[in-house]
Design a protein around this ligand. Structure first.
Ligand SMILES: [Zn+2]
Length: 417
């Protein structure tokens, strides 16, 4: 075998070993050999190399083997690398520093109205947030292996070019290049829903599932699709956008310029707009300028039938879209997540009902629909998870040098008792 091929084969084998340990959390060398199909001696060589690089650690279990010895297990070294995830939303920018095992070490939410700000302004804010969060963990920028930025809109993550986003005006220099210049850290920008999807695949509800769909609901409606274990990017690299699938021709206006998109019924801003239109007709209307989506949710919960109907209709429109996706992709799981899930049954009972009505029983039953509870730093954690996945895969693609350059040296001893 030519040396170059041999090196690539070794890199791929290393990746598989690391990947199995990541998926399982903790494995013995014998289990790794069984899972990867590699010989025990090859696994011993590879795991020794990964330990030398500080990527994995040995851990003795309390449970003895049949021969009475304590088994030696292998686990990822959480200190092997740190990354920062950043998520740009309409009213805030959130940050999270995570370690190699995707545990959040520090997080920060900056309340900022971002709509159509210049890219330089965004770079100023992101620089401040990243520096603050990294310092909170008592780390320096030299300890950071990468920054992942999630942004809604049409983003080509391979070139780093954001073709369109409602949140800032892309300038001459792409945001990821500005951040690299300012912080000296590798930065990757990705559509926010795609970043959350990869985060789920690596560290969340998508672990070990080859075909699944994530739908994110907040100010807009986003989605990510994993087909045969890979993120689906479509012909132009910007991926899938269920939010702008038209479900009612000539329906409610959408901010994309079309009418009747799913987003025009499901997103925060569309429910708020429709609620204001209904309340405007009432004699005892509240102050509509101050009305928030939280107010509308509370009114619906307290029994305001007209408000509850808006959520129910939103849920039905989402159900139309989700049913179409399930029919086409036959996924094992559909994960609905994002701030919008706080509406709970007000919205999603009708989503589930609609999919049941529209799908063949077999297809519907094969797809588990999960409404995932949402935490404030989940978006940023998703962006960080995406960045980590880029690091993990580095032996196989263009970010080859990233892991090698940024891996921290193992702590003395290297073995966790
Ligand atoms: Zn639209």
């Amino acid at each position: 075998m030519p040396p170059a091929n041999r090196e690539l084969t070794r890199a791929i084998n290393q990746f598989h070993v690391l990947n199995e340990i990541r998926k399982a959390g903790c494995l013995s060398r014998v289990e790794i050999a069984e899972l990867t199909g590699q010989s025990r001696s090859s696994v011993t060589t590879i795991t020794a190399l990964l330990m030398d690089q500080g990527l994995i650690l040995e851990k003795k279990t309390h449970k003895p083997t049949a021969r009475g010895r304590r088994r030696t297990m292998l686990t990822l070294n959480p200190e092997a690398a740190y990354v920062v995830g950043v998520k740009i939303s309409a009213f805030q920018i959130s940050f999270a520093v995570v370690d190699f095992k995707a545990s959040v070490k520090a997080s920060l939410i900056m309340p900022i109205r971002t709509g159509q700000k210049p890219v330089q302004f965004m770079a100023d804010v992101i620089e401040e947030g990243v520096r603050h969060c990294v310092a909170q963990c008592r780390l320096s920028l030299d300890d950071i292996s990468g920054i992942g930025i999630g942004v809604p809109g049409f983003v080509d993550s391979t070139t780093g070019i954001c073709h369109w986003t409602p949140l800032y005006k892309p300038g001459e220099i792409p945001l990821q290049d500005l951040m690299r210049q300012r912080l000296g850290v590798t930065t990757v920008i990705e559509n926010d829903a795609n970043a959350v999807t990869v985060g789920e695949q690596w560290f969340g509800l998508g672990v070990g599932i080859d075909n699944f769909i994530v739908v994110t609901i907040e100010h807009g409606v986003g989605m990510g699709i994993v087909v045969h274990g890979a993120l689906y990017r479509g012909a132009t690299g910007v991926g899938a956008e269920v939010g702008h699938m038209v479900v009612i021709p000539d329906g409610e206006p959408c901010r994309c310029g079309k009418k009747g998109c799913i987003e025009a019924y499901v997103s925060d801003y569309s429910i708020l707009r429709r609620a204001k239109a209904v309340l405007e007709q009432r004699r005892d209307k509240p102050n509509l300028d101050m009305l928030t989506i939280e107010d509308v949710t509370e009114m619906a919960r307290k029994g305001d039938a007209a408000m509850a109907k808006l959520f129910r209709e939103g849920g039905e429109m989402l159900g139309l879209g989700v049913a179409g996706l399930i029919q086409i992709f036959n996924p094992e799981r559909v994960i609905i997540t994002g701030e919008g899930v706080r509406a709970g049954d007000l919205m999603f009972a009708s989503t589930i009902k609609t999919t049941k009505k529209l799908l063949n029983k077999e297809v519907r039953e094969a797809a588990e629909i999960i409404i995932q509870e949402w935490a404030d730093d989940d978006w940023a954690r998703g962006a960080a998870g995406f960045m980590l996945s880029e690091l993990y895969q580095s032996p196989l693609d263009t970010v080859h040098s990233m892991l090698g350059e940024h891996i921290r040296h193992p702590s003395p001893g290297g073995i966790v008792p």
